[in-house]
Design a protein around this ligand. Structure first.
Ligand SMILES: N[C@@H](CCC(=O)N[C@@H](CS)C(=O)NCC(=O)O)C(=O)O
Length: 205
């Protein structure tokens, strides 16, 4: 299997981390700026969005990080994506929430505070982003407290990987963040694992 994407992208790390835990052998190709521009015809033929990650599995092409995570887990029979319909749906619920609610909420603040992009300097928009991001992270805190330290079904799933990568953004961004002990504990616990070190450890953007 080929996995295309730069490891500096948390969406790519969702896929690499899942592949590692599922014991999949893969070749990693570093695509995405500033390495290899994904908006070239060769790459656009695989993913017309011109974004990473993408996988090519024996000729089968797939993009969208959460869809790839599910495919990898299903192909290997991994319990990171449970078979039971309701348990699986809960994992999907949090995976979707990570991509469609949580990630958009931090984009402005992270681009301002972490990437220090001068085009993202509007104080009102920074405050709005921080408020929404904080409200979402508080929701995650409540879930982890109620869920015994896991996002869904009281055990490790694809959702924990995606959300620990999101927590990495939270803890890596220099700003006056709220205290969220259950989020911190979940993040540190996943980071302490072998694969977690690789994708959340020191020096990981
Ligand atoms: N919803 C997509 C988002 C993909 C995406 O926006 N990828 C970014 C990196 S996080 C990208 O490819 N940026 C252009 C680049 O790296 O050149 C997914 O989850 O896979």
């Amino acid at each position: 299997m080929r996995i295309l994407g730069r490891v500096t992208s948390s969406n790519v790390r969702k896929v690499l981390w899942t592949a590692d835990l599922c014991g999949i052998a893969y070749e990693h190709e570093v695509w995405g700026m500033p390495h290899r521009d994904p908006r070239v015809p060769e790459f656009l033929a695989l993913n017309p969005n011109g974004t990473v990650p993408v996988i090519v599995d024996d000729g089968f092409v797939l993009w969208e990080s959460s869809a790839i995570m599910r495919y990898l887990a299903l192909q290997t029979g991994s319990d990171l994506w449970p078979e039971d319909a309701r348990q699986r749906a809960l994992v999907d619920q949090w995976l979707t929430w990570q991509a469609t609610e949580l990630l958009p909420s931090w984009l402005y603040a992270v681009t301002a505070y972490l990437a220090r992009n001068p085009d993202f300097a509007d104080p009102e928009r920074i405050a709005q982003s921080v408020d929404k991001w904080t409200a979402n992270m508080r929701m995650l805190e409540e879930r982890l407290v109620a869920g015994g330290g896991y996002v869904a079904n009281g055990r490790l799933s694809l959702a924990d990987l995606a959300l620990a990568l999101s927590s990495h953004r939270w803890f890596s961004t220099p700003f006056d963040r709220a205290e969220l002990p259950a989020v911190a504990e979940h993040y540190q616990r996943l980071k302490a694992t072998e694969a977690g070190q690789k994708y959340l450890g020191a020096g990981t953007p």
